[in-house]
Each structure stands twice: as structure tokens, then as C-alpha cells.
Design a binder for this molecule. Structure first.
Ligand SMILES: *[C@@H]1O[C@H](CO)[C@@H](O)[C@H](O)[C@H]1NC(C)=O
Ligand SMILES: *[C@@H]1O[C@H](CO)[C@@H](O)[C@H](O)[C@H]1NC(C)=O
Ligand SMILES: *[C@@H]1O[C@H](CO)[C@@H](O)[C@H](O)[C@H]1NC(C)=O
Ligand SMILES: *[C@@H]1O[C@H](CO)[C@@H](O)[C@H](O)[C@H]1NC(C)=O
Ligand SMILES: *[C@@H]1O[C@H](CO)[C@@H](O)[C@H](O)[C@H]1NC(C)=O
Length: 385
């Protein structure tokens, strides 16, 4: 009893001594209405300007911009510059309103630091409305949902993302963590789950159902860990693609562990045009389970999505890539190898290691392997470097 009183008193003094009381900036006090019609974007912007700004401590939990439970319409994109040391908590259901004039990112945080994004709400992108008859060209600038741009130390979790018109989450920066999140979208292109680049980012305990990238890395990246990832119908946990004019590509020190993928177009695909330049090295993929995945493991520097890419002798090198404890099935109905490492001469793919990799097309006993200009260990036809 005594010690409880003492510590409460101490806490009071401690808080008042820094002159700041934790506070919640509730959008309902800044024009928000949970009527599925009033634009919640404007209320979020106003709550930030009138309540959050200038009121932060070095603990993001002290200042919370709150969207409480309820159903809301989202019509204006929310863009914050330098958002730092506060929490955005979305506990409501946000419905993106179909508007052909909307483009860019519904939530764009630029140069953030120690921003926390969380909540048990959902953002419904109603992406199908921007893709009439599955036409990806109808609204080419249609909105994306969430972008952390040049952000450091962000903690991104919770809020379910449902069917974005385009990409779901892009993270650019260092030391960010995304976790305990679900993305559920149509099985169609340009619906990427997590696209990440920067240093020492971490994605864990997420699930992605879509028709494009699951948890994918872009350049430059130095240090990345992904763990406990579920990908449904996706196009895989990939690196790239690096395009025709990509120079200075740099992706290194990457570790993926405990990933399940089912019914996807690809599992782990590392892809560049033959003209790309740079280095991708020290990648480790451990404990992957595939079910009915068309390209379970594929490394190619002959990537050419729209055909007609002139073949050049590019200088992108893929080095020290380890696949360990990888099991499951490829897609028996499509004539694709379960393991493909197809590089330009040099070779550009060196130190490719397979340990305990057991992949076969459904119904087949052994993997189909296509190798060209690769060296490493662990497959019968793979020469040592
Ligand atoms: C909210 O409005 C959207 C249309 O913007 C609609 O699809 C959705 O069903 C509505 N939600 C509720 C709970 O009425
Ligand atoms: C979400 O969290 C809020 C705040 O903790 C709570 O009031 C609400 O009941 C929760 N909603 C659901 C669906 O769990
Ligand atoms: C693997 O990930 C799943 C979630 O996809 C999780 O339930 C399980 O505990 C993880 N296993 C290990 C060994 O980390
Ligand atoms: C390779 O990357 C891992 C992280 O996945 C790191 O621990 C290790 O030090 C790196 N190895 C080299 C040689 O840089
Ligand atoms: C490698 O890719 C080239 C260019 O796409 C293709 O012509 C060749 O057949 C492939 N090699 C293997 C072994 O699949």
C-alpha cells in the first residue's frame, strides 16, 4: 500500500516535471463523424495540426491520434511531413471512396521518426472499383494505401489493409518494423503487400493475400530480416525486379525465415534485366514451405516482363545465396522448373547453396532444375565455384 502510494506520487511528479501530460487527439473532436459519409481524411489532418503538432515527448505513446471504432469514409489523402514521436491508432473501419481524381498515397508519412501506426481497425480500399473488369489500365494513377518515406524507427502494426486499388505498404528508411498485420486483396497484379528498402528493416508475423509481391526488397538495402510470413496467392518474397537502366544496385545481408506460400506465381524470385549493374549478396532463406507455387525458386538476370529486352552482358552479380530447409510443391500444370538459376556468363551467379531443399512439382518425385552460368553446391548439376 505504502509503496504503491509512493510510486504514484513519484510518477505524478515525474510527469509534471517535464510539463507534459499524455493526451489523445480524437478525430471526433476535429470534425470526424462515424457516418460512412463525412471525410475522415480532413479530420485526421485537423487533429494532427490542432492537437498533435508541437505536443510530443520522446515517447510515441504519450500522444495518440485516435480514430475510434465506427465506420468512416476516407476521401482525402493524409500527408504528414516530419511526423515524429506520436501514435496513430486506427480502430475504425475506413472506406476509401471511389473517386477517379484520387491518386498518390492515402497515408503518406514523409521523413518520420519514431512514428507508431497501430489499431484493430481496417482500411477498405475497394480496389475492384478502380479495376473494372480486372482492367489494370483503367485508372493507372489509382491510389496506394500506406507509404513510409525516408522514415526511421517506425513501428507499423495492427490495422488490416483490405483490397487497395494499388500497392499496400511501402517502407523506405532505416530501422523500421512492420508486424502483426494482415493484407487481403484481390488476386491480381499491382497489389504488392510490403515493398521495403533501406537498412535494418524488419517484417514479422504478417500475412498477405494478393496477386503480386508478398514481402519484397528493393535497392538499396543493407540488413533485412523477415520472419513468420504467410503469403497466399502472391507473387512471392522477391528481390527486384531491377530494370533495364538500373545501375548501382545494392542489396545485401538479408535473412528470411519461416515463410509459407500457397497457390502463388512465385516463391523466391530474384530478378533483373540483363543490363542491370551492381551487387546482390549474402542472402539466406530458411524454412520455406510451398504449396502449389509456380516458380518456387528462381534467380534470373534475363528478366523481361514485356518481352523484347535486348540481351546484354550486364554486370549485376548475385553472390552467396543460401536456400536451407525448403520443402513443398511447384505447379504441375505449368511447364516451369521448380528450381531455376539462369544467369549471364561470367558467371554472375556464384556461391548459390542448397541445403535440404526438397521441391517437386505436384505429383513428381524430383525437382526440375534449370541451371545456366551458376556455381555453388547442393544440387547434382551445379558446379562448384
Ligand atoms: C460504407 O460505404 C461504402 C461505400 O463507400 C460501402 O461499400 C460500405 O458497405 C459502407 N459500409 C457500411 C458499414 O455501411
Ligand atoms: C479495438 O480496440 C478498441 C480500443 O481498445 C476497443 O474499444 C474495440 O472494442 C476494439 N475492437 C475490436 C473489434 O476488437
Ligand atoms: C512460423 O510462423 C507461424 C506464422 O506464420 C507461427 O505461427 C509459428 O509459430 C512460426 N514458427 C516458428 C518456429 O517460428
Ligand atoms: C550475412 O548476413 C547476415 C544477416 O543475415 C549477417 O549476420 C552476416 O554477418 C552477414 N555475413 C557477411 C559475411 O557479411
Ligand atoms: C535462360 O534464359 C534464357 C533467356 O531467357 C533462355 O533462352 C534459356 O533457355 C534459359 N536457360 C535455361 C537453362 O532455362
Amino acid at each position: 500500500m505504502h509503496s504503491f502510494k509512493f510510486s504514484s506520487l513519484f510518477l505524478l511528479i515525474a510527469v509534471s516535471s517535464v510539463g507534459y501530460t499524455a493526451k489523445t487527439c480524437n478525430v471526433l473532436d476535429y470534425g470526424g463523424v462515424a457516418d460512412n459519409a463525412t471525410d475522415i481524411g480532413l479530420a485526421i489532418i485537423k487533429a494532427h495540426a490542432d492537437c498533435v503538432s508541437g505536443a510530443t515527448t520522446t515517447d510515441p505513446a504519450d500522444t495518440v491520434l485516435l480514430v475510434p471504432p465506427g465506420t468512416y469514409a476516407l476521401q482525402t489523402f493524409v500527408y504528414f511531413e516530419h511526423p515524429s514521436y506520436f501514435t496513430i491508432e486506427i480502430n475504425g473501419e475506413l472506406n476509401l471512396v471511389f473517386d477517379p481524381a484520387l491518386k498518390g498515397n492515402m497515408f503518406l508519412f514523409d521523413r518520420c521518426d519514431h512514428l507508431v501506426w497501430k489499431g484493430n481497425g481496417t482500411i477498405h480500399g475497394h480496389g475492384d472499383l478502380w479495376r473494372p473488369n480486372n482492367n489494370l489500365g483503367a485508372y493507372p494513377n489509382r491510389p496506394r494505401l500506406l507509404r513510409f518515406q525516408n522514415c526511421n524507427n517506425a513501428d507499423i502494426s495492427g490495422v488490416t489493409l483490405h483490397n487497395s486499388p494499388m500497392f499496400h505498404v511501402v517502407i523506405i528508411g532505416n530501422d523500421n518494423v512492420a508486424h502483426d498485420m494482415k493484407i487481403i486483396a484481390d488476386h491480381i497484379g499491382a497489389t504488392d503487400g510490403f515493398d521495403v528498402l533501406g537498412n535494418n528493416n524488419y517484417v514479422h508475423d504478417v500475412s498477405v493475400e494478393n496477386g503480386d509481391e508478398c514481402v519484397t526488397l528493393k535497392s538499396p538495402t543493407n540488413g533485412f530480416v523477415a520472419e513468420n510470413i504467410q503469403c497466399h496467392y502472391s507473387a512471392g518474397c522477391n528481390i527486384g525486379s531491377f530494370g533495364k537502366d538500373a545501375t548501382g544496385v545494392s542489396v545485401q545481408n538479408v535473412y528470411y525465415r519461416n515463410v509459407t506460400l500457397n497457390d502463388g506465381d512465385a516463391g523466391i524470385m530474384l530478378k533483373s534485366f540483363s543490363s542491370s549493374q551492381g551487387v546482390v549478396k549474402n542472402l539466406t532463406y530458411v524454412d520455406f514451405t510451398f504449396t502449389n507455387v509456380a516458380h518456387p525458386i528462381k534467380i534470373t538476370d534475363h528478366w523481361c516482363p514485356q518481352s523484347n529486352c535486348p540481351e546484354t552482358t550486364g554486370s549485376l552479380s548475385w553472390q552467396d545465396i543460401t536456400f536451407q530447409s525448403i520443402t513443398g510443391t511447384g505447379d504441375r500444370y505449368r511447364n516451369r522448373p521448380t528450381i531455376e538459376v539462369n544467369c549471364t556468363s561470367g558467371p554472375t551467379c556464384t556461391g548459390i547453396t542448397f541445403e535440404d531443399v526438397q521441391l517437386a512439382k505436384e505429383g513428381d518425385a524430383t525437382p526440375t532444375v534449370h541451371l545456366e552460368n551458376a556455381c555453388g553446391s547442393g544440387l547434382p548439376n551445379l558446379p562448384a565455384c
